[in-house]
Design a protein. Structure first.
Length: 110
């Protein structure tokens, strides 16, 4: 994972604008709090499908991150593997998106 992307995710977590885990993210989506949903590239197909279905009303579809669940967990300071995270701040979401490779954003737009 790019150092700038890792830094943006860490900053978001420390600022209290990031939530991790399937159930927590799902609640943020339902409560229309989530601005950006991010998925680890090794997330199970079933979990990814469920999150994408839940997030279908969001302006931006969930994006894949160029990292595994283990790497994502380490970046945001969690001990257990995490495959789904959400951000609730537009400015931080924009900063994070700037550091996600373009080919991943294009794949998710389909």
């Amino acid at each position: 994972m790019d150092n700038k992307l890792a830094g943006a995710l860490g900053l978001c977590r420390r600022a209290g604008h990031l939530i991790a885990g399937f159930d927590a993210v799902k609640e943020w989506i339902k409560g229309e709090r989530a601005v950006l949903v991010l998925l680890a590239h090794d997330l199970s197909e079933k979990t990814e499908k469920e999150i994408r279905f839940c997030a279908r009303s969001m302006a931006k579809p969930p994006l894949l991150l160029p990292c595994s669940m283990q790497e994502l967990s380490a970046v945001i300071g969690m001990k257990k593997p995490v495959g789904v995270i959400a951000v609730d701040d537009n400015g931080l979401a924009t900063a994070i998106c700037k550091h996600i490779p373009a080919e991943l954003k294009e794949d998710d737009a389909l």
